[in-house]
Design a protein around this ligand. Structure first.
Ligand code: PMP
Length: 444
């Protein structure tokens, strides 16, 4: 492909890049210009295989015409309309479509949908719903939230308060929150395939925190059923069931943050079905529009929704919402996305590929500095040993090397995370793994 020319000389000074070492990046930028199917094309015309579905979001692959057409149609019909004291049919249609695929299926009753603009907004929304619900049922002292060490729940103040990644919290204030110990036990679980065997006892940490603070102060516990940003940390067998049981015992709501696991990543529509554990609230974003238009949604159980619908009918039940909640263009993108997922069976396709994915990934065992490999559905992680006491430097070098050779991976600390589009073919799985293997050897 020819070099893709930018209309202006790119000026790198002004865009303050998120989660990026800005000065390092601007000294040697990596710039993407086009995307189609499984591939990006960079500004020099180099094809880059997308090993991360963008940022865990482009589940149906890039350049889906159906979504583009739906967006164009909606933009030219009605570009924006408020959803405060007003409505438009497409937002109700999209909520109904999502409800038809709601986490846990029809019997779970998680079919009341609150729209947001991102994963972070979904998290803040879910936390506020949990606290408001407790208050509405006469449990107004329950304002504390329990999260988990290394949990990632976006970057809103609510999300960082309950999140447990040190760098994201250190310099910012907090809401009342505490953290359970995390479920990663690399040494005992190293190179286990799928769910690790060890660590269910860590769920008992919730009991410890309930005893410490008193159940009457705790509104909810929030976890990623499988945490992504911390470096693909899988829950040990039985761990989530145990969390559910403890939460039920004390009247604590359980929130699953499915921003990454939602929309087919593990081979079921949501991780809720994968683990067979039904929470009270589920946060989503990313795959909801195939990454095309920013959007998120919170699925609430009927119990939670009905609990908040008991006051006078002429009063607002929840003082919360965003200008872009149910944005018509995002809903159009979302509806087209869900149709693609349905037509192509993408919400369950990861299950068909999971074994090949697992085998391919674990073939990297034994390569230099690889200390663990983890996988679930179409998610993978390769953890590298620390280099000279400098966290993340080795994995970063692998990331740069892969990009130069035409593969996009994601690194978080010393962990390489992979989450390709769910349209991936078996041959492309082999390509990703062999390109990564070559990079690991070169960097060593
Ligand atoms: N929760 C989880 C589990 C996530 O992985 C992310 C993003 N990676 C978020 C929340 C935040 O989503 P956003 O970046 O859209 O705000």
């Amino acid at each position: 492909m020819d070099k893709i020319t930018h209309p202006n000389t790119p000026v790198l000074d002004n865009f303050w890049m998120p989660f990026t070492a800005n000065r390092q990046f601007k000294a040697a930028p990596r710039l993407l210009a086009a995307a189609d199917g499984m591939y990006y094309t960079d500004v020099d015309g180099k094809k880059v295989l997308d090993g991360t579905a963008g940022l865990w979001c482009v589940n149906a692959g890039h350049g889906r015409k159906k979504i583009a057409q739906a967006v164009e149609r909606q933009l030219s019909t009605m570009d924006f309309a408020p959803t405060f004291q007003m409505g438009h049919p497409i937002a109700f249609d999209f909520a109904a479509k999502l409800a038809a695929h709601a986490p846990g299926g029809a019997e779970a009753g998680l079919d009341r949908v609150f729209f947001t603009g991102s994963g972070s907004e979904s998290v803040d929304t879910a936390l506020k719903i949990a606290i408001a619900y407790q208050r509405a049922i006469g449990q107004g002292t329950r304002t504390r939230i329990i999260g988990r060490e290394k949990g990632y729940h976006g970057v809103g103040f609510g999300g960082i308060s309950v999140g447990g990644l040190v760098n994201n919290r250190r310099v910012f204030p907090q809401i009342p929150a505490d953290h359970m110990r995390h479920t990663l036990d690399v040494e005992r679980n190293a190179f286990s395939k799928g769910l690790p065997a060890h660590g269910i006892e860590l769920a008992e940490d919730l009991e410890r925190l309930v005893a410490l603070h008193g159940a009457e102060t705790i509104a909810a516990v929030i976890v990623e059923p499988m945490s992504g940003s911390a470096g693909v940390v899988l829950p040990p067998k039985g761990y989530l069931e145990r969390l559910r049981a403890i939460a039920d015992k004390y009247g604590i709501l359980l929130i699953f943050d499915e921003v990454i696991t939602g929309f087919g990543r593990l081979g079921t529509p949501f991780a809720t079905e994968y683990f067979g554990v039904v929470p009270d609230l589920v946060t989503t974003a990313k795959g909801i529009t195939n990454g095309t238009i920013p959007m998120g949604a919170v699925f609430a159980s009927r119990k939670v929704y009905d609990g908040l619908m008991t006051g006078p009918e002429n009063q607002i039940e929840l003082f919360h919402g965003y200008t872009y909640s149910g944005h018509p263009v995002a809903c159009a993108a979302g509806l087209a996305t869900m149709e693609i997922y349905e037509e192509e069976g993408l919400l369950t396709r990861a299950a068909e590929l999971a074994e090949d994915w697992q085998n391919a990934l674990h073939s990297l065992k034994g390569l230099p500095h690889v200390v663990d490999i983890r996988n679930l559905g179409l998610v993978g992680a390769v953890e590298l040993a620390l280099r000279d006491g400098a966290p993340g430097t080795r994995a970063y070098d692998v990331f740069v090397d892969c990009f130069q050779k035409g593969l996009l991976i994601r690194v978080t600390g010393d962990i390489i995370a992979l989450s390709p589009p769910l349209i991936i073919e078996r041959a492309e799985i082999e390509t990703i793994v062999s390109m990564l293997g070559d990079a690991l050897k070169r960097v060593a």
